[in-house]
Design a protein around this ligand. Structure first.
Ligand code: NAD
Length: 475
């Protein structure tokens, strides 16, 4: 369904995220006809260049990041793109930018820049009369470094924009499977009656990356996996898994339920935290080399055992883990149902419970592990099979799976905030994260070392072994 005509101002348009994800995403929406022919994208950044040079930069990025583009469509798309050089800390460029905007179309400002610039840009947009009561402002992660900075970001944005105009991106929420988790839970009668501590034993949420922190070392060493991944992406996945059914599929109904989940997160004890740092090996640099800080205590891996203090989830551990330089790039939510209470089958040992795996990457899909009879006449044996719904199969092998950013940018234009974090949600997540970080800083804890290409430090394995459980294998 095409969206209404819009002007999208992209701050940080020459940056990595804009060139790798946002602009190719907009191109794809244009190619399928969702972005109207008269929509305008105005790139801005500090660099002095004209619109033609900017279009050339996009052409080069498309070759690298979306090489399947159609040349004639790209030419038409680029006619909708222009560039204005704006120094967001100074006065340069603002009046030219104002002149390039049309009064009667949806107006969106996408801040693909560091959070230190958010409040400043919001203020300049306001002062220069660019922000209208209906325009939207989109901000990237990280939304703050702690609760205090998140509050001050919220204040800075809300000084110029109302909450219904502010779109805080967490691109995990734009992933097809994450939305499908809501459909699975709330559009079927099969799962919801079982979705509680009576039937669910535990939940594992994993976001494993193979990349290290090279190139982002300076930022990352100030942040670490808890701030960079848990506070936003993993907490969001936890919310989608654990929230109560909202009364309707509407932005505030969904976000009200997510905030309740975050507020139910209990403090985490030190014994339920395993932090790690990948070590140097086989001539490969380790974490401390990548960040240029030999005495760094920042974690590139973290695993946590988390509890929600509410009626539905009492006693059900949620194990979260994320890390860099691990064996495979994999993100998933695995919901472990309780084992059957009794087996009628002789000589098979205890039966294992069903596991519902919601896979976010690499290939999005949902699998349900079930037990069936081993086919054939050779006796009554049981074996595991996966009821598998891979989206690549469902879409057809030739269909490109849309990127999360495509969905989210179109939602901004439509004015649908369902898949964006609300200000109180971001603050609630920091309010849970801050004391955990403060705890290990005060104790002077050091992260354990782990091998590159492994599934993290021994301590993380022990977190589950202690409870008589095992992590799902990475890779
Ligand atoms: P980047 O450093 O590659 O690009 C930053 C952009 O901001 C450039 O276009 C630069 O010209 C512009 N800029 C910086 N200072 C400016 C100023 N004073 N005036 C005008 N323009 C200015 O950064 P990036 O990787 O594209 O990331 C942008 C934001 O998105 C950051 O907040 C980052 O944390 C977030 N983010 C990035 C990724 C990613 O994959 N790159 C993923 C998630 C979130």
């Amino acid at each position: 369904i095409p969206v209404n005509p819009f002007d999208l101002v992209l701050f940080g348009a020459t940056g990595d995220l804009a060139q790798r994800k946002i602009l190719p995403g907009l191109y794809h929406r244009f190619e399928v006809g969702q972005m109207p022919e008269d929509a305008c994208i105005i790139g801005t950044a500090r660099s002095d260049m004209d619109s033609d040079a900017f279009r050339d930069q996009i052409r080069a990025s498309m070759k690298e990041f979306a090489p399947q583009f159609k040349k004639d469509v790209l030419d038409r798309f680029l006619k909708r793109v222009s560039y204005v050089s704006v120094d967001v800390m100074g006065d340069k460029g603002w009046s030219e930018l104002a002149k390039s905007l049309r009064p009667d179309v949806v107006r969106a400002f996408y801040l693909s820049v560091g959070p230190n610039l958010f409040s400043n840009i919001a203020q300049r947009l306001d002062e220069n009369g660019l922000a209208t009561p209906d325009s939207r402002i989109v901000v990237e992660k990280p939304f703050g470094h702690d609760l205090a900075s998140a509050k001050s970001l919220n204040e800075g944005l809300r000084a110029c924009f109302k909450e219904h105009q502010i779109y805080r991106i967490d691109h995990y929420l734009g992933k097809e499977t994450v939305q499908n988790l809501m459909a699975l839970r709330f559009a079927n009668s099969l799962f919801e009656p079982l979705w509680n501590s009576n039937h669910i034993d535990h939940v594992q949420i994993t976001v494993a990356e193979t990349v290290g922190v090279e190139g982002r070392g300076a930022y990352y060493d100030q942040s670490g996996a808890m701030r960079d991944m848990i506070q936003n992406h993993l907490v969001q996945l936890l919310c989608m898994t654990a929230m109560e059914p909202p009364s309707k599929f509407a932005p505030n109904s969904v976000r009200d339920e997510k905030v309740k989940v975050i507020e139910a997160l209990e403090p985490v004890e030190p014994k339920d935290i395993a932090r790690g740092q990948y070590r140097a090996e086989h001539g490969d640099d380790g974490y401390v080399d990548h960040v240029g800080n030999p005495s760094s205590r920042t974690e590139s891996f973290i695993a946590l055992k988390v509890h929600l203090g509410n009626w539905r989830w009492a006693g059900v551990p949620f194990y979260l883990r994320t890390g860099k330089r691990l064996r495979a790039r994999e993100s998933e939510i695995a919901v472990y149902f309780r084992d059957p209470p009794h087996t009628i089958f002789p000589n098979v040992g205890p039966l294992r419970g069903n596991v519902l795996v919601i896979r976010l990457q690499p290939d999005e899909g949902i699998t349900l592990r079930t037990t069936i009879k081993d086919p054939g006449p050779g006796g009554f044996r049981l074996s595991d099979v996966a009821l598998d719904m891979s989206f690549a199969d469902a879409l057809g092998a030739d269909t490109r799976a849309p990127d999360a950013y495509e969905r989210l940018v179109m939602d901004v234009i439509r004015g649908d905030q369902t898949l964006f974090m609300r200000g109180d949600e971001a603050e609630a997540a920091w309010a849970w994260v801050d004391p955990i970080i403060q705890g290990w800083e005060e104790r002077g804890d050091r992260p354990a070392r782990y091998d590159q290409g492994s599934s993290g430090p021994e301590e993380a394995l022990m977190l589950l072994h202690r409870d008589g459980r095992r992590w799902r294998q990475i890779g």
